[in-house]
Write a protein that binds this ligand. Structure first.
Ligand code: AHR
Length: 656
């Protein structure tokens, strides 16, 4: 190294050390808190995935619907047979020779006669129509990608017209396909509607005589989130991205442990080519295609800069299996001990699939799906609010022991039942302490008053017992009073960010008329997305997270439990964030003293969410409550009057 280069290196090093000292000293008095504190909980409940976030427009695309999912459902559900122009034929659902054994049912279309009656206007043929999930939304000039698997069963090719139509038959887009193989073959085509429509149907019309099998009939908008194939509904994924979550939990919720052992969420069934995935009954009473499976989930996390937090079953099913919650017993079933080695390997394989090199067995499958780089998995949850029975304990211990030994780099999250206290809560924590499980998942849904009265819950937690992941919580309701009670509580989570590692509100999404859980963060229908006050609170906290917490910056009446406030700083951006909550119905003063921070910008961004305690947004009236942004002047010391029923976030730039 030349002398000049050496001198420059020394100067640069000195500069770095000084910079770090400035950065550290400006944090004096700050407490290190989790940088993964606020994230998202995603579960396919309330049609959150199929019919929701997953952008597939065809319903029952693989003819796997059946009555165990909903009484009256069968493989023909959501498919209408029609034979215009005095044509005739037959349809049947068969299983003899499927595209893949994981996807056993397929439709056979036998076109016996195409009508040629002169008086018939329009096309003649035999075919099927699918209305999607309550009509398909198509936009003029945008591209829709059609695909299907077909197998020609007749000697002659079958001519097919594929179109998008309004319910009364007006053609919006059309293309033609001719079968070319007597083996299962994937056919693809694009449809570009000339007019926009919110209730379009997909139509497959055979216009020549013959016979064919059909399966995996699919239609996706080209414009999915980040234009990913097999992707997510762009507008909905964007509102999730806007929250700037630090992590996304998946796939649940009760969906993880399932309604009986055969219904547990097995991650391997949800990766690879769509036609090879195993669809199954959704515990919430509908159908799960697994189209939004593990790959799509990890990809989404990467696309929005969130860490993945997969939760695997602890080899037991939901204690409410079979509806046993109604009689207060336990419907929990445990995997046979003989199956445990294989099951534990399945969990290890997930870690290898996420992080392993491309020449490992499961890393190679990730690479084959288009993602050779590691997904950098850091966390894994084992179990979802399970009943802490001896069977659970035995299986949890076995899984935890092996994961810990084989993957010390992965942080395991244990579970402590469905309530904030009680037998399972006690037993779950006892087990976690004994095994030194690093993080324990707590779940509770209760009324706003509980959240206010328990805002100091985590101040009392023994820091040596392990950290907390508040994996599911919500106060019962979507009114301002619910959201602001949650905000009071979230201040407590920030203040205790040294012991609360993560928190996620639940559930996330709910489709109108298909809602099994009434309090949710976002309500939607095909054309609209309604953001609740609870969503705005989550967004205001999550998009303004810090990694250092400062007490003594905001003073207020400490005896008043309707007031809560916090100050955090993000060491990456240097920004200081003040959060002030007022759960009462009168404005209340707070005093801010920022003298510990150097070089504060005088203009700060203020976001204020305020409204009547009973106010709520609905799909019919979506904008009753929304945060308002403004620029405000800040000084080293100033007073703030927190409006009634409000959350205020003030974000101030500092020199790093
Ligand atoms: O979030 C809805 C449900 O509540 C989850 O599936 C379950 O874990 C909890 O009981």
């Amino acid at each position: 190294m030349g002398k000049l280069k050496y001198v420059l290196l020394v100067v640069w090093l000195c500069f770095q050390v000084t910079e770090n000292m400035v950065a550290q000293s400006s944090f004096s008095g700050g407490k290190k808190i989790s940088s993964d504190l606020f994230g998202l909980f995603f579960e396919d409940i309330n049609y959150a995935a199929d019919g929701g976030l997953y952008a597939e427009l065809v319903q029952n695309r693989s003819f796997e619907y059946n009555p165990t999912e909903q009484r009256g459902w069968n493989p023909f559900s959501f498919w209408e047979y029609f034979a215009p122009g005095y044509s005739y034929g037959r349809i049947s659902v068969e299983t003899m020779d499927p595209v893949h054994p994981n996807n056993p049912h397929y439709m056979v279309l036998d076109i016996e006669h195409i009508g040629h009656e002169a008086q018939h206007k329009g096309p003649a043929g035999v075919g099927l129509k699918n209305p999607g999930f309550g009509g398909m939304i198509v936009k003029s000039g945008e591209k829709y990608n059609f695909s299907m698997f077909a197998r020609q069963l007749s000697k002659e090719p079958v001519q097919l017209t594929i179109s998008l139509e309004t319910p009364n038959g007006k053609v919006l887009a059309e293309t033609k396909i001719s079968t070319s193989s007597t083996d299962w073959t994937k056919y693809t085509a694009s449809l570009v509607p000339t007019t926009s429509n919110d209730t379009a149907h997909l139509v497959i019309l055979a216009t020549s005589e013959g016979k064919l099998s059909l399966d995996m009939v699919s239609l996706f908008p080209e414009k999915t989130f980040k234009n990913r194939p097999n992707g997510l509904r762009a507008d909905m994924a964007q509102v999730l991205a806007d929250i700037k979550p630090r992590f996304v939990r998946f796939p649940g919720g009760c969906l993880v442990h399932g309604d009986g052992l055969g219904n547990m969420y097995r991650w391997k069934n949800t990766i690879g080519p769509l036609e090879q995935r195993k669809a199954q009954r959704n515990i919430w009473g509908y159908h799960q295609t697994a189209g939004l499976g593990y790959f799509e989930y990890f990809q989404f996390c990467e696309d929005i800069g969130a860490k993945p937090l997969p939760v695997v079953p602890a080899a037991v099913s939901c204690q409410n299996s079979g509806g046993t919650w109604r009689v207060g017993g336990t419907g929990q079933k445990a995997l046979d001990k003989i199956e445990m080695d294989e099951y534990i390997q399945e969990v290890l394989d997930l870690i290898e699939w996420a992080n392993g090199p491309v020449n490992s067995v499961w890393g190679a499958k990730r690479a084959a799906a288009g993602h050779p780089a590691s997904f950098n998995l850091e966390y894994i949850g084992i179990g979802n609010e399970d009943k802490i029975t001896p069977e659970f304990e035995e299986r949890f211990r076995a899984i935890f022991k092996v994961v810990k030994a084989r993957h010390p780099e992965i942080t395991v999250i244990g579970t402590s039942g469905p309530f904030h206290s009680g037998e399972d809560f006690e037993k779950g924590w006892k087990l976690a302490k004994e095994l030194k499980v690093p993080i324990v998942d707590e779940h509770y849904y209760t009324d706003p008053t509980w959240f206010i009265n328990n805002q100091y819950r985590y101040d009392k937690y023994n820091r040596k017992d392990g950290e907390v992941y508040l994996g599911e919580y919500a106060s019962w309701g979507n009114k301002m009073k619910n959201a602001i009670a949650e905000a009071v509580y979230m201040i407590g989570l920030e203040r205790n960010g040294d012991v609360v590692r993560m928190a996620s509100y639940a559930p996330l999404l709910a489709k109108k008329d298909f809602t099994q859980w009434t309090t949710d963060m976002i309500f939607f229908e095909n054309t609209k997305i309604c953001l609740t006050p609870n969503y705005y609170v989550q967004k205001m906290f999550s998009a303004n997270q810090g990694d250092y917490y400062f007490g003594n910056v905001i003073s207020k009446n400490e005896k008043d439990s309707t007031l809560a406030a916090s100050c955090v700083r993000d060491s990456k951006s240097g920004d200081v964030m003040l959060k002030m909550v007022n759960y009462s119905n009168v404005a209340k003063p707070m005093k801010i003293n920022l003298s510990k921070f150097k070089s504060l910008a005088s203009n700060a961004e203020q976001t204020l969410l305020a409204g009547d305690a009973e106010a709520e947004n609905t799909l019919e009236n979506m904008d009753k409550v929304a945060p308002v942004q403004s620029i405000m002047k800040v000084k080293k010391a100033f007073e703030y009057s927190a409006p009634p029923m409000s959350l205020t976030v003030i974000r101030i730039k500092t020199r790093k």
